[in-house]
Design a protein around this ligand. Structure first.
Ligand code: SAH
Length: 458
């Protein structure tokens, strides 16, 4: 990020625009939304600009250094490159931040695209990379943010001191969430006074409530792509006080967590004995016991090889409430990446999700069933156990030519798909770097096409 977004307080500040034509007028219109003192300097002005006198001061000559005394910002908007460059130098000499219209390289600050629901203001910038994209985002936000949002926020702002009677944290947040999500918008139809009355009633109701007890949401983070989160997961990430996440949860997903939330990475490996499990249980219990809304974020689906039960038992023992939000497991994402079905009529009527690891090390499975022709198995945490699995399957009659598909970092930008056979599985697994699902019995879609068509026709 080269340009850091900030909101500058322009109340009473002096802003100078060099220019009197269309470019100057465009900036003026934006600046008129603020409470800045605005001066324009140019030999001539559009009548639309002159119409704003006396709100703005017009100086009928080119901008000079003395115009910038005490100024906060200066815009070079003369539509003449040489003149803009001259203003830029004057601005820099005066120590005032300069924006040269349509000249990113020459500007010290840039004005973002703005969605204005004052006091709610959304600023969109692409650092000059994609103005068209900025306009598209703006159009989308304009249509998504109701026009009355500003009115609600303004009335809400006036009520903030009252809302401080509620305990800080979840209780206060729930109050405001109810106001902005439901109570506020429906009251506004009857006018601003109705909104103020609603705030009073809502506050009394929330003050009468017992403080919300802490609880834990086990949220499935999916295989990595933030768009594979459920809507429920998104909402909970947005409300969490504390987020405790595993190593496999992607940065893109952590970026969706509420900004004020405390984020704790517990770095638990997805396999093998984990010394920190009891520490994790203690963390969950302690935070929830203090009344926090805790999100325990687990990769893929929380209920699959996620050691969910150890944690839910600990919470039950401490009398803390919890719920599980299901999600997309990595085997589903891997199959989607391959364009394959995990079950198919005529091929396999069951699907096994298997881990080759347990607390003691390599784990046994129903190898005979896994080795049977047509069987499909999604092997989790299989990288290190590849040779062990291969040995067991061959011992139980599997063909060395059994198809094996491997999907590494499924759904992530670096997703890789690999096709191999049981014979070559250890060799292929040795090359893996990221998390991988090994799909025993699956082959590339194209090779299977004819076979599938024959089977489906039966
Ligand atoms: N609860 C998770 C599984 C946790 S066990 C789920 O439902 O997916 C950790 C194992 O999941 C990893 O060793 C790997 O086998 C698999 N895994 C997790 N994320 C993955 C991804 N993006 N691509 C491929 N495999 C993944």
């Amino acid at each position: 990020m080269q340009h850091f977004p900030i909101f500058l307080n322009l109340r009473g500040a002096h802003v100078v625009i060099g220019g009197g034509g269309d470019a100057a007028f465009a900036k003026l219109r934006l600046l008129l939304k603020t409470e800045a003192r605005i001066t324009l300097c140019a030999p001539a002005f559009l009548p639309e600009i002159s119409a704003f006198r006396p709100r703005v001061t017009l100086v009928r000559r080119p901008l000079l250094g003395c115009d910038l005394h005490g100024a906060r910002l200066v815009y070079a908007a003369t539509e003449d490159d040489a003149e803009d460059a001259r203003i830029r130098v004057i601005g820099q000499q005066a120590g005032v931040l300069v924006n040269v219209v349509d000249n990113l390289a020459a500007s010290e600050f840039i004005t973002p695209a703005i969605v204005d629901r004052d006091p709610v203001v959304v600023a969109i910038g692409t650092e000059g990379a994609a103005p068209v994209l900025a306009r598209k985002i703006k159009a989308r936000l304009e249509s998504e943010l109701p026009a009355e949002l500003g009115t609600l926020a303004r009335i809400g702002k006036g009520f903030r001191a009252m809302a401080e009677h509620l305990p800080k944290g979840a209780a206060r947040r729930d109050f405001w969430a109810e106001f902005y999500d439901r109570a506020g918008p429906s009251a506004l139809a009857a006018g601003e006074d109705a909104v103020r009355e609603t705030l009073d009633t809502l506050l009394s109701r929330h003050l009468a409530k017992d403080p919300a007890p802490g609880h834990v949401d086990f949220v499935s983070a999916g295989p990595g792509d933030p768009e594979l989160l459920t809507l429920k997961a998104r909402k909970l990430l947005d409300r969490a006080d504390v987020v405790i996440h595993d190593r496999l949860v992607s940065i893109g997903i952590l970026e969706l967590v509420r900004r004020e939330a405390q984020i704790i990475g517990v770095g638990k490996e997805g396999y093998g004995p984990s010394a920190s499990q009891s520490d994790i249980n203690t963390l969950l219990v302690n935070h929830a016991a203090q009344g926090a809304h805790v999100v325990r974020l687990k990769g893929g689906d929380a209920s699959i090889f996620g050691r969910l039960d150890e944690e839910t038992h600990a919470l039950d023992a401490a009398g803390i409430g919890w719920q599980v939000i299901p999600g997309v497991t990595s085997a589903s994402a891997a199959a989607a990446g391959l364009g394959q079905s995990l079950t198919r009529r005529g091929r396999n009527r069951d699907l096994r999700l298997v881990t080759a690891h347990d607390m003691q090390g390599f784990a046994e499975a129903d190898w005979r069933a896994l080795a049977a022709p047509g069987a499909i198995t999604a092997l989790y945490m299989g990288k290190r156990a590849a040779r062990f699995v291969q040995g067991r399957l061959l011992m139980h009659g599997a063909s060395p030519n059994m198809d094996v598909a491997i999907v590494e970092s499924a759904s992530c930008p670096d997703e890789t798909r690999l096709q191999t056979t049981l014979n070559d599985l250890p060799h292929a697994a040795a090359k893996l770097r990221g998390p991988a699902i090994i799909l025993l019995g699956l082959s590339p879609r194209r090779a299977q096409q004819t076979q599938t068509e024959t089977e489906l026709a039966l």
